[in-house]
Ligand binder design. Structure first.
Ligand SMILES: Cc1cc2nc3c(=O)[nH]c(=O)nc-3n(C[C@H](O)[C@H](O)[C@H](O)COP(=O)(O)OP(=O)(O)OC[C@H]3O[C@@H](n4cnc5c(N)ncnc54)[C@H](O)[C@@H]3O)c2cc1C
Length: 564
């Protein structure tokens, strides 16, 4: 059933087995899985079915350094489906080593292993509509599949790993029907949770306060409550709920909001491959079940460990779009139309020379490359705009065998990178977020180490040569600051309550019936984009909750009035 918060009685107290706060991929996956197990769920979603400016403004916040991080109301969507309304759909699981304690990654080591999460990945893949859970090129594309780069075979570098692409599935649109019809599910739109209230002993959550932008206010008291409000907003809710704990809920050791990670990403260097361009797989390949897949280069785990490198991948990419020297009409067309593209996707088209001369060179590129430009427009219209499963991104025909590398690397967790509460308040009176994202020199050096391994491996193979400017690497990686859209680690998982917020079950160490679903719990960031793993964790949490609720403890209703 889907209702609106404005239709709930003022001061009402709603009850359910589980209250889930936030209907993005995490909250929706969790809710559907709980409903399948007969658990009643009240799903509270701040947003509406479509984007709404007043609701989106609740995400506004402050930045410590605007060069390093985008405004917090960008790269997030406060609406049914959450940021999946605009995500790119790139899916891949975390690697085995991501869960391990690694000497080269401070604060690493999850309290669960890859094997613990593995049973949940196939269902996560299905929800994301990314096809089979198969991320090895031979398994996914067939034993006879051509190598990524003919003649390149290195014991240090794997080219077999794949990323698979979701439609990209907008979870709000795709699953609204199932949420509407699922037995025991009640989804409230326009329902902003503004405070979490602990019982007197501080060990259980009694209720949450819900407010609508039109002034409706009520409480929800559930046996268990799950924060599925995204990597930044989860920390905000915990920090802002200061009724019984002045530092915020679960924050006795000042860990909430710390260890905030994104990814270290950028376009670097130049890779020249010898031989025929046909022998290089740099773009998308389609799996037998019709899923777009793409290969990546990755230093193997044993070499990462031996050389003290964090996890990272690199894709073959085209020349820097902003520089008209690429002479591609397609790229120049993209550059010139960047104002028509949403902020999140045009940001990396900003910068570079924007003189009249460079504009003229971009126009000239289009004029002198009419066939490719027209061909690209037709392909984009058919395969992207009109297609339900969309071609994931712009890929140029490879004529020259000349590429740059697009790096996507793990960010090392550090306590100083953090979000806190600002003095400013939103329209509902909640303190806004203050985002102070930081990276360390070690992040840059780790990418440097990865690039050096790749360069050596290419040289040894004799089929390619990779060069990059060592002195500008930091600038290349930090040109656009933190990789937008991946908000990780602000309520990290661990076994020690002094250095983590939730345990292996995603339960707050200090509050027995309060849980977190989403990338806030990631203690380390992997090379992988986060959504597949946060969905898998949400499905695992559904199992945990269903098992626990089979023997529900008596609800201490008297505590509700006390705590409110
Ligand atoms: C441009 C862009 C591209 C991306 N591309 C990829 C990609 O290719 N691959 C990938 O893996 N990831 C990608 N991501 C990241 C991906 O979108 C997120 O990982 C994913 O959406 C997180 O899901 P979530 O449910 O945890 O949080 P969200 O999607 O943020 O959902 C949180 C929900 O909680 C609601 N909410 C927030 N506060 C409250 C409150 N106080 N009360 C009630 N409800 C609340 C919000 O309205 C929202 O619906 C991308 C993100 C962006 C912005």
């Amino acid at each position: 059933m889907i209702e609106h918060a404005d239709n709930i009685g003022m001061g009402a107290v709603l009850r359910a087995d589980v209250c889930v706060i936030g209907a993005g991929p995490a909250g929706i996956a969790l809710t559907l899985a709980l409903a399948e197990r007969g658990v009643s769920v009240l799903l509270l979603e701040s947003g509406e079915r479509e984007a709404d400016a007043a609701t989106q403004a609740l995400y506004a916040g402050e930045l410590a350094n605007a060069q390093l991080h985008s405004p917090p109301d960008t790269y997030r969507q406060r609406r049914l489906g959450g940021s999946s309304a605009i995500w790119g759909g790139r899916c891949m699981p975390f690697d085995v080593q991501d869960f391990e304690t690694r000497a080269q990654v401070p604060h690493s080591g999850w309290p669960l292993s890859y094997e613990d999460l593995l049973p949940y990945y196939p269902a996560a893949n299905a929800l994301a509509e990314a096809g089979r859970f198969s991320y090895d090129a031979r398994q996914a594309l067939g034993e006879q599949v051509a190598p990524m780069i003919a003649g390149f075979d290195s014991p240090s570098v794997s080219t077999e790993g794949l990323e698979r692409f979701s439609c990209p599935t907008h979870f709000g649109q795709r699953y609204a029907g199932r949420l509407q019809n699922a037995t025991g599910v009640r989804l409230l739109l326009g329902a902003n949770v503004t405070a979490l209230h602990l019982q007197a002993d501080g060990q259980r959550l009694a209720s949450v306060t819900v407010r609508s932008l039109k002034g409706r206010q009520f409480e929800v008291a559930a046996r268990s409550t799950v924060l599925a409000s995204g990597g930044l907003e989860t920390a905000r809710l915990l920090l802002a709920s200061q009724g019984r704990t002045p530092a915020g809920v679960g924050n006795a050791h000042d860990v909430v909001g710390r260890y905030y990670m994104c990814h270290i990403a950028g376009q670097v260097g130049s890779l020249r491959v010898s031989g025929s361009p046909r022998q290089v797989r740099h773009g998308y390949e389609v799996s037998p079940e019709g899923i777009y897949c793409r290969r990546r280069l990755q230093v193997v785990a044993s070499e990462q460990r031996r050389l003290g490198l964090a996890n990272a991948v690199a894709r073959l990419h085209f020349a820097r779009i902003t520089d008209p020297a690429h002479r591609s009409g397609v790229l120049s067309g993209l550059f010139l139309s960047r104002r028509l593209i949403s902020y999140e996707y045009s940001r990396r088209l900003q910068g570079g020379q924007t003189t009249l001369a460079s504009y003229a060179r971009h126009v000239l590129n289009i004029a002198s490359d009419p066939l490719d430009t027209a061909g690209f427009l037709g392909h984009w219209l058919l395969k992207r705009t009109l297609a339900e499963r969309k071609f994931p991104s712009v890929i140029l025909r490879n004529r020259s065998n000349l590429f740059s590398l697009e790096v996507h690397g793990e960010q090392l967790p550090q306590a100083q990178s953090r979000v806190t509460l600002s003095d400013r308040r939103d329209a509902l009176g909640m303190p806004q977020l203050h985002v102070d994202w930081r990276y360390a020199q070690a992040d840059i050096e780790s990418v440097r180490g990865t690039l050096d391994v790749l360069a050596l491996a290419f040289e040894a193979s004799g089929v390619a040569r990779f060069d990059y400017q060592r002195e500008t690497l930091e600038e290349d990686l930090m040109r656009f600051g933190a990789y937008g859209g991946h908000h990780l680690g602000t309520a990290r998982m661990g076994s020690d309550p002094r250095t983590s917020v939730v345990n292996a079950d995603c339960q707050l160490h200090s509050v027995r019936n309060l849980f977190v679903a989403g990338s806030a719990v990631f203690p380390t960031s992997s090379q992988a984009n986060p959504t597949l793993t946060l969905i898998a964790l949400s499905l695992r949490l559904a199992d945990t909750l269903a098992t626990r609720l089979a023997r529900p403890p008596p609800l201490q209703l008297h505590a509700l009035a006390e705590a409110a």
